[in-house]
Design a protein around this ligand. Structure first.
Ligand code: ATP
Length: 273
């Protein structure tokens, strides 16, 4: 049996943020719940009524989701699961590239703890080649006070521990950061919230372009033979290059350079033949 960690304290996270110089994070309302189905679903329901950005942390998430309805598996003691609702000045179509920028913010936050990770396009954080964190972004265009507002709900599941039973449930290798088990969860969350808030403020002003070089520095598959899959169908095959200024994935194929947009396609390393 896993022992349950105490519920992270919202006021302790807020106090850590208040002590920092991060103005963007200070605008965020913070709440923590013991259990919910999905923090993303909860915030998506709430965005029409929110007057400021909101962080929702759940100690246990019973219906965590990935892209295209895939599942995100956790146990309460093994992971941090949380979502951040953020309001943008830019229109919905200006959020292309946001999942990639979220990966950068997470990587930079983990670097504070000496943990090095890499990014897999479009939305995975890898450690030693295995998935450490998943990012799910849902968006809404909401009418409030007569004006249209763009909201994104950024859901993150970050593995701290990977009990054997959980890895079996996931069905593929997954990474964790057991060395962070001794850190206070409030401190980890405050550092991640700071990194996310600064990234989001810059993204709102300038879009993905200022992040492209940082993403390419963290790219897990640079120079590797990869495939883009649409379901079981191979859409492109070639050598991974990196991303461009709008977050498209660049590959060199037999037909030349291609730029892939993130839809429901999946990127995989090509198995050696
Ligand atoms: P893609 O490569 O197309 O992004 P994905 O398989 O990584 O696809 P996501 O929607 O990003 O899909 O994430 C959901 C997937 O992540 C699940 O199908 C499962 O394979 C994997 N997964 C679920 N829970 C965990 C976890 N705690 N740690 C690591 N991987 C997980």
């Amino acid at each position: 049996m896993e022992s349950l960690n105490p519920l992270p304290s919202a006021s302790r996270i807020a106090a850590l943020i208040a002590d920092s110089s991060n103005q963007n994070a200070k605008a965020v309302a913070i709440s923590v719940v013991a259990a919910t189905g999905s923090t993303n679903a909860d915030l998506m329901q709430a965005v029409a009524t929110l007057s400021r950005p909101q962080l929702l942390v759940a100690q246990a998430q019973t219906a965590g989701r990935g892209r295209a309805g895939r599942r995100w598996h956790t146990t309460p003691a093994s992971a941090l699961t949380f979502s951040l609702a953020w309001k943008f000045e830019r229109p919905l179509h200006g959020l292309v590239g946001l999942p990639l920028a979220v990966g950068i913010a997470l990587a930079e936050a983990l670097q504070v703890f000496g943990v090095t990770v890499n990014l897999k396009w479009p939305n995975d954080v890898l450690r030693d080649g295995a998935k450490l964190a998943g990012i799910l972004i849902e968006t809404a265009s909401v009418k409030s006070a007569g004006a249209q507002a763009t909201w994104a709900v950024i859901g993150i599941g970050l593995n701290l521990d990977m009990p054997a039973g959980l890895e079996a449930e996931i069905g593929r290798s997954a990474a964790a950061i057991p060395e962070l088990q001794d850190q206070s969860r409030e401190r980890i969350l405050a550092i991640i919230l700071s990194a996310l808030s600064d990234m989001l403020a810059l993204f709102d002003q300038q879009g993905f372009a200022p992040f492209a070089a940082r993403w390419n520095n963290l790219h897990a598959y640079s120079g590797e033979q990869v495939r883009i899959l649409d379901g079981d169908r191979i859409q492109h095959e070639g050598i991974a290059v990196g991303v461009d200024d709008i977050g498209r994935f660049l590959m060199t194929t037999a037909q030349g350079r291609v730029a892939v947009v993130a839809g429901d396609v999946s990127l995989r390393l090509r198995e050696p033949v």
